[in-house]
Each structure stands twice: as structure tokens, then as C-alpha cells.
Design a binder for this molecule. Structure first.
Ligand SMILES: [Zn+2]
Ligand SMILES: [Zn+2]
Length: 403
């Protein structure tokens, strides 16, 4: 039996277990760094596989190591959920009000546990595999990966290549998407405070209306990307919150705006904050107020390594058939903090189809939706792809010493 047949078979054998892990994690979602419950489930499962497990890495991260010598590759999953109310109606829906695994990180964690189970069964390995479970992926601009890197997750032994996946409702179950180069965007954050001066609502001439200024700032900022970024460069700027005012008949003295800035190109990423600041301040000043602009650099773009992607494609074609592989033409402008790992180590980040063939692509709930429910049939495929990719990367490192 070939390696790929073994991996597929073993992953199928673990299907029930993967589903059970996923459902248990789904019921008890943790937010940001506070994923203790999930982390202890993960650590217990890894220990039961006989792996060398370390907890509390970069806060609440968990790392396990398989194998004792040779080159090392790493597989990573994220463990955190979102602060939103679940509306899936699933029997294993979130038991914690206002928290939900709406980005599929419960599935990522379960699939990686599956890969650890598959690979550790009878491992006679030529090399080592690190299983990295990280908190706080959803916590832009900081994220959870940098703290784990700072805690040495990529060292001792040094990691030569890395892989991770994201469930992708835009793709049918059984399909997998990848691209060389950037697959996800840089994700930065912008906070604006518009300041005016309060007065009685009947006498606006005695104050400076921060709400009217903010309205102009919001409109003006919408032209920055469309007029300053070349049509061939991708970038998007969206404001997510506007907060201001205290009473119906008081001229507001302050309005706070929060937004996100996505880009793929380093040059665009560098000039946009300055441009946005200049426009916001200019408009506010012209109207007699002012505007404070705080720009926080968040996740860098997630950039896939060419050699690792080429190997991954062979694995995916082998495991799922060549037709399953979808070449992603354009990156998405979503952010992903796996990018911090991919900056340090040649990596592949791929999308795992999780929309049942019977579902309507136009109405299937997307990521971050209160009804998001990935197809569980995709999970053994994700496990097989992670395990198969790790083995392929180790083969290459063993044969050639590098990718
Ligand atoms: Zn997310
Ligand atoms: Zn996610």
C-alpha cells in the first residue's frame, strides 16, 4: 500500500474521533488567549497518543513533538472562537452564550489532532513533526502566533517547513484550494477619534459638531482606496463601528470610528495609513474640529512558498485526485495570522472545501456567520492532507536537505 493510501485509510479510520473532538470543542468555545478548556482537551488527546506535549506556549498554546531525530516540519491549527451568538440549531451548538466557533477553528483543531493520531500510529519516522495549536488567531492586530514564535515554537528543533489549512465554504467538500505567493492579505487596524465641541442642539453655531464632521470623514475616506491605489493592486478599507454622542439634543463633542485596512502589496500597505490620516485630519480641521488617527499594523500577508506549494499540490492530487485541486486565481483580502509563521518558515496555507455538494453555493452560510456549519465529511480529508503534506515535506528534507 502506498503512503497516500495509508494516510487516507488511517484518516477515515479516525473520522468518528475527529468529529467527536470537533463537537466537544464546538460546545465550549474560548475567545482570544482564553482557550484553556480547548487547550486542555488538546493536551490530553496528544498525551494519550504518547506524544511529548508542552502547554502554556505563547500564553495558552500547546505544542507536541513526534519523533526524536532528523529534519522537522510543523503543522498548525488555531483554537479560538468568535464573540457572537450561534444560530445553527445544531445539537452540539455552543453552550456559552455569546461565543461561537463561526470560523471553523474547532474543526481545524480536531483535524490536526486527527493528523497527530494518524502520524503517531506506528511512527518509525524519518524526522520529526511538531503539532502547533495556537490561541488568539482572531485577535488582530496582535494575533496568537507571534507570542508562540517568541516562546521558541519554531526552534529546538528548528522547523524546516510548515503547513496549515482553513475550512472554506466557498469550495465544495472534496475540493481544496491553494495558490503560490500571497493567499491572504495584510490586515491592519485604524482607530479614529473625531473631536468637536459640545453645545445645545438648538444652537450648533456655538459648538463644533463631531457627528457632522465624522459623516464627512467617513465619505471622504471611501475615496482614498478608489483614488489612490492602482486598480491592479488589491486593497480595501472598511469602517466597522461609529460611536458618538450622548443625548438627542446635545451637539456631540467626540465620535470614535474603527476600521480595517487590507492590502497585499508592501508599498500600498506602507502609504495607505498616511494617506488616510491626512484626509481624515484635513476634513476635520477644515470643519473646525480635529481628528486623531491611530494606525496599528496587524497581520502581514500570508505568502505561500513556491516549493512547498508544489509539494502540496502533488499530495492533494494523490489523496483527492487531480480534479480536486482548485487553483486560486486571486488571494482573498481576509487576514490570517498563520502569516507570522509563513514569514519565518517556507509554508503552505490551503483552503479545505467544506460545503456539501447538495448545498446552494449562493446561500450556504459563510465564515463568521451565525449559521456557519462546515460539512463534517470534509474533516478526514483535512486530516489526510495535513498528515500527507508533513510526510512529503519530511521526505524532501531527508532526500535533499532543503526544499
Ligand atoms: Zn475568522
Ligand atoms: Zn479563521
Amino acid at each position: 500500500m502506498s503512503v497516500s493510501e495509508t494516510v487516507v485509510l488511517l484518516s477515515r479510520k479516525r473520522e468518528e474521533e475527529i468529529r467527536a473532538w470537533r463537537r466537544a470543542i464546538h460546545r465550549r468555545p474560548g475567545l482570544g488567549m482564553n482557550v484553556e478548556e480547548t487547550a486542555s482537551l488538546v493536551a490530553a488527546a496528544l498525551e494519550s497518543m504518547g506524544l511529548d506535549v508542552r502547554t502554556g506556549i505563547g500564553g495558552t498554546g500547546v505544542v507536541a513533538l513526534l519523533g526524536s531525530s532528523g529534519p522537522t516540519v510543523a503543522l498548525r491549527a488555531d483554537m479560538d472562537a468568535l464573540s457572537m451568538r450561534e444560530e445553527t440549531g445544531l445539537p452540539f451548538a455552543s453552550e456559552i452564550e455569546g461565543r461561537m466557533h463561526a470560523c471553523g477553528h474547532d474543526a481545524h483543531t480536531a483535524m490536526l489532532l486527527g493528523a497527530a493520531a494518524v502520524l503517531s500510529e506506528g511512527w518509525e519516522g524519518r524526522g520529526r513533526i511538531k503539532f502547533v495549536f495556537q490561541p488568539a488567531e482572531e485577535c488582530a492586530p496582535t494575533g496568537g502566533a507571534p507570542a508562540m514564535i517568541a516562546d521558541g515554537v519554531l526552534e529546538d528543533p528548528d522547523v524546516g517547513a510548515m503547513a496549515a489549512l482553513h475550512v472554506w465554504p466557498g469550495l465544495e467538500t472534496g475540493r481544496v484550494g491553494v495558490r503560490e505567493g500571497a493567499i491572504m492579505a495584510a490586515s491592519d487596524r485604524l482607530d479614529l477619534v473625531v473631536r468637536g465641541r459640545s453645545a445645545h442642539g438648538s444652537m450648533p453655531e456655538e459648538g463644533v459638531d463631531a457627528i457632522v464632521i465624522a459623516a464627512q470623514v467617513v465619505s471622504a475616506l471611501q475615496s482614498v482606496v478608489s483614488r489612490s491605489v492602482s486598480a491592479s493592486d488589491a486593497a480595501v478599507f472598511s469602517l466597522g463601528t461609529v460611536r458618538g454622542g450622548c443625548r438627542y439634543n446635545v451637539i456631540a463633542d467626540e465620535v470614535r470610528l474603527e476600521g480595517t485596512l487590507r492590502s497585499l502589496d508592501a508599498r500600498v500597505r506602507a502609504f495607505l495609513p498616511e494617506k488616510i490620516g491626512a484626509v481624515a485630519r484635513g476634513v476635520a480641521t477644515a470643519m473646525g474640529g480635529d481628528c486623531e488617527v491611530l494606525y496599528e499594523r496587524g497581520y502581514p500577508p500570508t505568502v505561500n512558498d513556491g516549493a512547498v506549494v508544489a509539494l502540496f499540490r502533488r499530495v492533494a492530487a494523490d489523496l483527492l485526485g487531480p480534479a480536486a485541486l482548485e487553483e486560486i486565481a486571486r488571494p482573498t483580502l481576509g487576514g490570517e495570522d498563520f502569516s507570522f509563521f509563513a514569514e519565518k518558515v517556507p509554508s503552505v496555507f490551503f483552503w479545505l472545501g467544506c460545503r456539501p455538494a447538495s448545498a446552494d453555493g449562493a446561500t450556504f452560510p459563510p465564515l463568521h456567520n451565525a449559521r456557519f456549519a462546515p460539512d463534517e465529511a470534509a474533516f478526514p480529508l483535512g486530516t489526510a492532507l495535513l498528515a500527507g503534506t508533513a510526510l512529503k515535506l519530511l521526505d524532501r528534507l531527508n532526500e535533499e536537505g532543503s526544499l
